[in-house]
Write a protein that binds this ligand. Structure first.
Ligand code: UDP
Length: 414
């Protein structure tokens, strides 16, 4: 059977795979643990699903641990997430105490010894307080835009984050003032996953038929958790402006993440905004609908990701990989991915979004050209092999740091 690394070879080239093997060889034997708060839903789970098997193929003993929490815990962590992205949060001391208690009880259950632990996002950040001695190096991987956080919430998190040996952010602008080195690593997608692998035209059509989506008009698609930062209401507003003059369909597809309790409320608001418009289809997809999302992205004529705040926006990367023209909100990592008129369009309002949708509907040739550039841009910068290489570089730097790499607060671009 072909290994995943071998299957990646024709996509990224043999030298890339050889380099990963050589770097990993220098680190072996090595035990690595990634920790986050959900196995399904959202970009972090998506990333870990792709990267863990590759670590193991490279001979690194990698595990993925997920912390368990109750409804109250995920309410606090969602409020924290919102506050770190700059929104007002009302998080009282009992809530923070509960957050710490859940981290403590998870620490009692987790069983590992490791060389490196990568703790993803705020939910498990306090584990280090109880498990420090289990691993040689603790890395905090922040996937969200924490550039303008609520000060009180950041202060609380900082109490844990400052004990880490390093942190990783997705963009230079997200890095914080911390007493340890900070690394900048772009997230990535796995081109072999059900979410991203090639599908035949028949496979795509079969999924669309099953989901009841007609292909009689151009399809505009946004795939996202139902979350106000993803601005589904803004997408509907933009769509209505275009739809008044140009035939098209809008599909808003979203699922639920087990660590996001706000979904049902936002979905109800979206249902109300879409009410009475037969050309809008809302899909509440079950978790693990990777194949369906893949087919929807391939069937779409235009893909929108109108986020007003965004960590990176893997849905943008996925759409670009499928050679689609993408219109994205000028937020977070979307700005790194979309270059106006080259790899996509950036917008700041529903009006701007409508303007770009209309333009792409009128100029499908421009959309196709943008899609081609977009795919090559992803191949060069945002595939899982590049992410692995950056992690390996960071780990090698830890093994034999230069004088400068030990400097607290240093930001390292890999
Ligand atoms: N996703 C999915 N089903 C859904 C909604 C989202 O599989 O109904 C996936 C999407 O394809 C992407 C990830 O979840 O891989 C979302 O990552 P992104 O960085 O765009 O946003 P996040 O949810 O992490 O804020």
């Amino acid at each position: 059977m072909t290994s995943r690394l071998e299957a990646l070879d024709p996509i990224v080239g043999a030298p890339v795979i050889d380099q990963l093997r050589r770097m990993a060889d220098r680190l072996k034997p090595m035990r690595l643990v990634h920790i986050n708060s959900t196995r399904i839903g959202g970009g972090v789970a998506e990333l870990l699903i792709g990267i863990i098997p590759l670590w193991n193929e490279l001979g690194i003993d990698a595990r993925w641990e997920v912390i368990q929490g109750d409804q109250a815990f995920f309410e606090v962590t969602k409020a924290m997430h919102n506050a770190l992205q700059g929104f007002k949060a009302n998080i009282g001391k009992p809530m923070l105490d509960h957050y710490i208690d859940i981290n403590r009880s998870n620490a009692e259950k987790l069983d590992f010894e490791a060389d490196f632990v990568v703790v993803n996002d705020p939910q498990p950040a306090y584990l280090i307080k109880f498990l420090r001695s289990r691993a040689k190096k603790w890395i905090w991987r922040c996937h969200i835009d924490a550039s303008r956080p609520d000060r009180k919430v950041w202060r609380f998190l900082w109490e844990a984050v400052r004990h880490y040996d390093a942190s990783i952010f997705s963009m230079p602008g997200f890095a914080r003032n911390l007493p340890h080195p900070q690394y900048l690593l772009y997230p990535s997608i796995d081109p072999l996953s059900d979410k991203n692998r090639d599908l035949s035209a028949q496979e795509v059509s079969a999924v669309l038929d099953r989901l009841g989506i007609e292909r009689d008009k151009p399809i505009i698609l946004q795939v996202s958790r139902f979350d106000s930062f993803k601005d589904p209401l803004g997408v509907i507003e933009a769509f209505r402006m275009v739809h008044a003059h140009t035939p098209c369909r809008l599909v808003l597809a979203g699922g639920e993440a087990t660590d996001d309790p706000e979904g049902p409320r936002i979905f109800a608001e979206v249902q109300e905004a879409a009410h009475g418009e037969p050309d809008i289809t809302l899909l509440l997809l079950p978790p693990e609908s990777h194949y369906e999302v893949n087919a929807l992205q391939r069937a779409a004529d235009i893909i929108v990701q109108k986020s007003v705040r965004e960590g990176f926006g893997l849905t943008v990367t996925e759409a670009m990989w499928k050679g689609k023209p993408v219109i994205g909100g000028a937020a977070g990592g979307i700005v790194l991915q979309l270059r106006n008129f080259r790899t996509g369009f950036l917008v700041n309002s529903p009006e701007g979004c409508a303007l770009r949708i209309r333009y792409l509907l009128r100029h499908p040739d421009v959309g196709r050209r943008m899609g081609k550039f977009a795919k090559e841009f992803v191949r060069n910068h945002f595939l899982v092999t590049r992410n692995l290489r950056d992690y390996l570089s960071m780990m090698l730097l830890f093994r034999s740091p230069g004088e400068d790499d030990r400097r607290p607060g240093r930001t390292v671009v890999l």
